[in-house]
Design a protein around this ligand. Structure first.
Ligand SMILES: [Zn+2]
Length: 142
């Protein structure tokens, strides 16, 4: 801190009118950064103000909660919504299941080939009652 002097450039103010605009932006779903930018201040400045002004801090908390709901409602139904919001509607569940399966297959092939189930080998053996082929036993033992 170098004193009460404002930084160069645009004077930093965060008056009542700006605070209302800031809180409205937050309530409408703007992020902390976006809401601050909307009134020409930094997110850090808004946080600082909240730290020293309990009334503003409370209003900011309420606005953020409302904004979070607004953003959630705008979020399309897909895997992200499934993960972030816990949406278990058929669309989100299907998207999450499909993507998870795709990821699992990729991961399995690259990092852990030994856990790859290979039931096809069993069906190609001439005698179903015969013990498993030596190669399969070796695979299991490794
Ligand atoms: Zn959903």
């Amino acid at each position: 801190m170098t004193g009460p002097r404002a930084p160069r450039g645009r004077p930093v103010t965060f008056d009542t009118h700006q605070r209302e605009k800031y809180l409205t932006a937050l309530t409408d779903g703007a992020t902390l950064t976006q809401a601050a930018a909307a009134v020409g201040i930094t997110a850090r400045w808004a946080a600082k103000t909240a730290a020293t002004d309990p009334g503003f801090a409370a209003a900011r908390t309420t606005a953020r909660a409302a904004g979070k709901r607004v953003r959630a409602e705008r979020m399309p139904h897909d895997e992200t919504r499934y993960i972030k919001l816990g949406c278990r509607c058929p669309i989100c569940t299907k998207a999450a299941t499909a993507n998870r399966g795709a990821r699992r297959n990729r991961t399995t092939h690259h990092t852990s080939p030994h856990t790859d189930p290979e039931p096809a080998k069993v069906t190609t053996m001439p005698n179903p009652t015969a013990p498993p082929a030596p190669s399969l036993l070796l695979a299991r033992a490794s």
